[in-house]
Design a protein around this ligand. Structure first.
Ligand code: URA
Length: 435
């Protein structure tokens, strides 16, 4: 088999066979197929797409490229969730203890940051002492004991995806629906859960900019999961506006704690309830409506917060942050961004907010940059709200005052103002359930 023939066929819009796809994934992972040929094939896929069957074969080949997690020793239906990534997305910090508090085990492997902001692992590590590296046995034991554990993805889970993603990142081939679907689902399948809920983000701060593309991606991933024997649901949520008010690792943990205390911003609570109701329902706890009521009770009664405390203790994190969440960000200096005019906030560029937050120290500029857990942004006003000139639009937290002006400029440019109140935008566009 020759790689050039595969590239040639895909370039002309043809389909690859199962053998050819497995040859590509195996050869690229082992280093036999060079990056330039892999990049050419990826670019051809970006332009010409893949059939559902090709995507399913590619997902399976990537899922089989490394270790697979066996969760069968944990009783019950194990549920996982995955977000396609957005600014201010701290839902895993809330959902993992929330769903566990409702009696459904959550054994979750999460990633570090992709793009501008930290990932779940970076956020958890903002909690002093919190350990996200555990061997398999300790991970399983923790879930059996307290019902929840969130750790970093092991180095050998879907290594084909790791290598391929690094290449896609530098060859402008990330935003292809077939490639994203295979990438996400290969990791989810290898991570071993019985049921998976996908949070597919849609808008200026997401890979999918339109509801139509988000729906296409969601349906593709639900179909792959079903074909692999998993129970699946996908929720399409808004990412034109950052989720919640906080962007940045320590700030986001503090905001997640507020939601776990039954407080916090409405949009974040609402997205968490929508995802939790699907997770609990896939675990056969009842209809999505009954499960939503169950999740609400767990937030308002303190049961989810208590589960988060148990998770912190089991993973060696400082649980006193539950009483003093401000300790997570008080080491940074705080600066204000004032509204330049009276008016309504017509729209925001969520991605620009992420970029500004990264500049302040909350994300990685390069793969090896260090993250400052105290850095980030609190958005005091968001799309759909009115402001008066001089009122505080946002607070910027940083230990890099030299980067402040640039971050302030990017953040200010991310706001667009109007004289009239803008139309409301939906927070949840759609829920896609397995057939
Ligand atoms: N998240 C992933 O895990 N993979 C992609 O390709 C895009 C987002």
């Amino acid at each position: 088999m020759r790689m050039i023939d595969l590239i040639e066929r895909k370039k002309r819009g043809g389909a690859l066979s199962e053998k050819e796809i497995r040859y590509f994934i195996k050869g690229f992972t082992s280093g036999e197929i060079p990056d330039y040929q892999a990049a050419a094939l990826l670019m051809a896929i970006c332009f010409m797409g893949m059939t559902d069957q090709e995507i399913a074969w590619m997902t399976d080949a990537m899922a089989c490229s490394g270790d697979r997690v066996d969760l069968s020793s944990i009783p019950g239906i194990k549920v996982d969730k995955h977000s396609t990534g957005g600014i201010g997305d701290k839902t895993t910090l809330i959902l993992a203890p929330l769903v566990a508090a409702c009696g459904v085990p959550v054994a979750k492997m999460s990633g570090r940051g992709l793009g501008y902001t930290g990932g779940t692992v970076d956020k958890l590590e903002a909690i002093p002492g919190f350990c996200t590296e555990m061997d398999q046995e300790a991970f399983l034991e923790t879930v059996k004991k307290i019902g929840v554990c969130v750790v970093g993805q092991s180095g050998n889970l879907a290594p084909a995806d790791k290598k391929l993603y690094a290449l896609r990142d530098v060859t402008a081939t990330v935003d292809s629906i077939p490639l994203i679907a295979a990438s996400v689902m290969s990791k989810k399948i290898a991570a071993g859960a019985d049921a998976i809920v996908l949070d597919v983000k849609c808008g200026s701060g997401a890979f999918m900019k339109t509801a139509q593309d988000a729906s296409h991606l969601a349906r593709e991933m639900v179909a792959i999961g079903r074909a692999c024997g998993r129970r699946m649901a996908a929720v399409i949520t808004n990412m034109d506006v950052p989720l919640g008010h906080c962007i940045g690792n320590g700030l986001e943990v503090a905001e997640a704690i507020a939601v776990l205390k039954g407080e916090g911003p409405d949009d974040l609570r609402e997205v968490c309830l929508a995802l939790a109701s699907q997770m609990l329902s896939l675990a056969r706890k009842g209809s999505p409506e009954d499960c939503r009521t169950m999740a609400k009770k767990a937030l308002d009664s303190g049961a989810a917060l208590e589960k988060f405390r148990q998770m912190c203790i089991a993973q060696k994190g400082d649980h006193t942050i539950l009483e003093r969440p401000q300790s997570l960000y008080e080491k940074a200096a705080v600066y204000e961004l004032a509204a330049p005019q009276d008016g309504w906030i017509r729209q925001m560029d969520a991605e620009a907010c992420g970029r500004a937050s990264m500049l302040l120290g909350a994300g990685r500029e390069t793969k090896d940059s260090a993250i400052d857990p105290a850095a980030g942004i609190v958005l005091c006003r968001k799309t759909g709200e009115a402001v008066r000139k001089g009122e505080v639009l946002a607070r910027l937290y940083t230990n890099h005052p030299d980067r402040l002006e640039q971050a302030r400029r990017i953040l200010l440019e991310s706001y667009a103002f109007a004289a009239e109140k803008p139309d409301d935008i939906p927070l949840i566009y759609d829920v896609i359930l397995e057939k």
